[in-house]
Design a binder for this molecule. Structure first.
Ligand code: TRP
Length: 376
């Protein structure tokens, strides 16, 4: 695997002028959008030159928002022949909360969701942070490459800190973007599919890669600077029209039964206009249900709206329930089989962790060598 030969237009070089954070955010979004389009073209031509790192915090079961927003895309990349490394970010759970929760169950649930959705553990390495000491050790040299002001102005960390409602910022919340750089660079991934909110972390990762090479490796490229692959803006809302989130009880989970799915959509918020139209601006709740149905059935939301016409909210809910249940049916069947075989899930993780450890140890050996830390 070689690093993608695309034009490099980093903006966070050590000598680059400091940008205000809003300027930096706007600029990195435009840059990432242009580049993502280029990368999609490169992917179609030669998937084999990319290694993707992506992951989730194990905070609960995956829902339709995850499936339609990221998971289906990961499966697409894997199936297109992109080598994929999939991280269950257990250490990242404690960035903004005291209690990590029932991690054993959640890690198992997440693994089952992945495999059920089509992640193939033969081709994709699934691993947990906490099992990979050499990955975590990269944190030390990487921390030396960033300044505290860089960390403090990270807009995503700031937003997460504000959302934590007055809880003092932990050292881990402040520095987790550096930990994320270790997640990405330990396996020398050159492509990271992300949403907009993760772009600041990716900029920092690129800076860390570049600075490591300059400062500790005499300009040799130990770490490639990875690219973001911006996911197209599928923003799936919950059945109440708010952001889909477990804490709001508005999710439709991969692991739900068809009846539970029907129940969730039955209580979905619509509006008083019986005539169904696709109007995301004025009728966001109705539009969301139409979009979910369209994404699941491969149709077009406006066409679906016309078909439903005067059928009203009840009819819309039937259509979306059926589309979701149909799309998830094979995934759910497979998920139930997986759930019945916890030993298999455990083996998948153990194998993934073993593979990730090999990769991480090889990278750490290179880092030690570059830094003159080989003593025996
Ligand atoms: N921060 C990501 C999330 O909350 C999870 C994550 C951890 C991640 N490390 C990563 C994503 C590295 C991409 C690359 O969803």
């Amino acid at each position: 695997m070689t690093s993608a030969a695309l034009p490099d237009d980093d903006i966070l070089g050590a000598d680059a002028p400091e940008l205000t954070s809003q300027e930096a955010v706007d600029r990195s979004l435009t840059t990432a959008q242009t580049r993502s389009a280029e990368i999609e073209r490169a992917l179609a031509k030669d998937a084999g030159r990319f290694r993707v790192l992506t992951g989730d915090r194990p905070t609960g079961r995956l829902h339709l928002g995850h499936y339609l927003g990221t998971l289906a895309n990961r499966v697409r990349l894997q199936d297109a022949g992109v080598e994929t490394v999939l991280l269950i970010a257990d250490y990242q759970v404690i960035t903004d909360r005291d209690d990590a929760g029932p991690l054993v169950e959640r890690v198992r649930d997440l693994t089952a969701d992945y495999l059920a959705a089509g992640i193939d553990p033969e081709r994709t390495t699934i691993f947990t942070h906490s099992a990979i000491p050499a990955l975590n050790q990269l944190m030390l040299p990487f921390l030396s490459l960033v300044t505290d002001s860089e960390l403090r102005r990270n807009p995503t960390v700031k937003a997460e800190n504000e959302a934590a409602g007055g809880r003092p910022m932990s050292g881990l919340l402040l520095t987790y973007p550096v930990h994320q750089a270790a997640d990405i660079l330990f396996c020398k991934a050159n492509l990271v599919p992300v949403g907009k909110d993760q772009l600041p972390h990716l900029e920092l990762t690129r800076a860390i890669a570049r600075r490591f090479n300059e400062r500790y490796a005499g300009g040799r490229s130990v770490f490639p600077a990875p690219d973001a692959l911006l996911s197209e803006a599928v923003n799936v809302l919950g059945v109440d029209g708010q952001k889909m989130s477990k804490s709001k009880r508005n999710t439709v989970d991969i692991a739900m039964s068809e009846d539970e799915t029907a129940k969730q959509f039955k209580r979905a918020v619509t509006d008083s206009d019986r005539h169904i139209t696709y109007d995301p601006v004025n009728r966001p709740e109705v539009a969301n249900l139409l979009m979910i149905a369209a994404l699941c059935s491969g149709g077009d939301p406006a066409v679906l709206a016309e078909e439903i016409g005067d059928g009203g909210g009840a009819s819309l809910k039937r259509v979306v329930t059926e589309a979701v249940n149909e799309r998830l049916r094979p995934i759910r069947v497979r998920r139930r089989e997986l759930e019945a075989d916890p030993a298999h899930l455990q083996r998948v993780l153990a194998d993934g962790n073993a593979r990730a450890n090999e990769i991480a140890e090889a990278t750490l050996a290179e880092v030690r060598e570059a830094m003159g830390m080989i003593y025996t």
